[in-house]
Write a protein that binds this ligand. Structure first.
Ligand code: HEM
Length: 190
């Protein structure tokens, strides 16, 4: 029987696009439409990074390998939404004038760390194919551990731009720490 789980996850992963299209079409973006679009895709990026990190814990908890087949797709969606988030900031906020953007990256620490997270996502997206996995072997796994750093940067970006950890940034941070705790290998002999 044909397995429809991957196309289903793909269509579900497009929900941020459906939501924003609906809000644009029905004029529901609120008083600050540009900020609404930037923040919407920023939050979606963080959600997709956390979803990507959830696949291994879910594999361990359910003892099913099924989850792993969604990991690459979710990771690529994280990169996709991070790029829309960044482009809507550069395009809608600065009309593609790169000078103030570079100033922001250098002067505002939350933009600097967000931009760093986006840069780190690029090599992961480029090397996400099976061909690259075979080519890079052990180094592929090492390289893709960057996901943890990206998730920490994304979380810090949210805390710094919010100027307070309460409450949404804190909720995402707790989820991230919980997911990262699955990666810690406890040495039983010590
Ligand atoms: C992995 C990369 C990134 C993640 C996870 C991320 C995440 C987020 C989140 C969660 C928000 C707040 C959403 C809300 O308030 O509901 C946000 C806002 C924002 N992000 Fe990012 N972001 C990333 C990359 C970037 C990049 C590359 C830039 C620009 C170069 C950027 C600039 C901004 C700006 C300007 C805001 C809005 C701040 C405001 O409300 O004044 N982010 N981002």
């Amino acid at each position: 029987m044909k397995n429809y789980s991957k196309p289903t996850v793909f269509l579900l992963s497009l929900w941020p696009i459906y939501i924003i299209t609906y809000q644009i079409f029905y004029n529901k973006l609120g008083p600050e439409p540009v900020d609404r679009i930037i923040n919407h895709f920023g939050e979606c990026t963080l959600i997709f990074i956390l979803l990507t990190l959830s696949m291994t814990p879910l594999k361990k908890i359910t003892k099913s390998l099924e989850w792993i087949k969604f990991r690459r797709m979710l990771g690529l969606f994280a990169f996709f939404y991070a790029s829309i988030h960044m482009l809507s900031y550069v395009g809608l906020d600065y009309r593609f004038d790169f000078e103030p953007l570079i100033n922001d990256v250098l002067k505002k620490k939350f933009v600097f760390i967000g931009f760093s997270a986006w840069l780190l996502l690029i090599p992961l997206a480029i090397t996400s194919s099976d061909k690259m996995l075979r080519l890079l072997r052990h180094n592929w796994k090492r390289l893709h551990r960057l996901t943890y750093i990206i998730a920490i940067f994304g979380s810090l970006h949210f805390i710094w731009l919010s100027k307070t950890i309460f409450f949404k940034p804190l909720i995402y941070l707790i989820i991230l720490l919980f997911l990262l705790s699955f990666r810690i290998k406890f040495n039983k002999s010590t």
